[in-house]
Design a protein around this ligand. Sequence first.
Ligand code: ATP
Length: 245
Amino acid sequence: MTDLLTVENLEVRYGSAVAVQRVALVVPQRGTVGLLGANGAGKSTVLKAIAGLVPKSAGRVLLEGRDVSAQDARQLVRAGIVYVPEGREIVPNLSVDENLVLGGFHLDGPTRRRRRDMVLGIFTEIADRAGSPAWRLSGGEQQMLAIGRALMAGPRLLLLDEPSLGLAPLLVRRVFEKLAVVRGETGLAMILVEQNFRLTVRVADTVHFMRGGRMLGRRDAADLRHPAAMEEAIAAYLGAGEAVT
Ligand code: ATP
């Protein structure tokens, strides 16, 4: 089966500064790929470049073998690539429902209503708050809304930028339990950018490590679930000072 996403030789510059270079990765159909690295390693930039939110100065992005490198962010959403930003960026003064509608802006009414029912059926915590302004939701509920809004677009590939940021461990677990349900129901693939090592190796199939804008290595997540392997990977890829969370 053709891989869902292939990134080849990606380079992104901000002005004259090279943020990421020679990045390559593959997301199989229904796969979850983790991207780990310290602050400033270039993880968010990789996601944004795949989503068409920052320009690529070199490289290609293929969706099921089709070159989508030149498509803009809106076209890529329609093609099934949807980015969930770090910090969530939901619209606080709009209701939960209105935020969801924003995620399905390009859909016809019946499809939008069907997707909304599907999203609220999964994220039951926010279902009975549909009319409330989004700012009233807790951090975990806001993360669910942000993911729910992304699911409104019917993505084939969800790009999750540090979904655990600022959330208590229990809430992180709840968000990921919900994502597992979504994956089971929709066959969605994901790239998960994280600084949380344990979470990433638990959820992902493969893990890539980044430092200084480059890929350092790739490992099967299952091989990193034992404490000794975890320690070895942290020393090899993330540096001795990296906290294991
Ligand atoms: P974090 O976990 O802190 O989000 P990251 O691994 O996602 O880090 P990026 O946000 O991709 O890293 O940043 C990679 C590099 O690009 C950093 O040196 C950062 O300072 C720089 N950078 C990111 N966004 C911009 C921007 N809009 N303009 C200029 N430089 C930027």
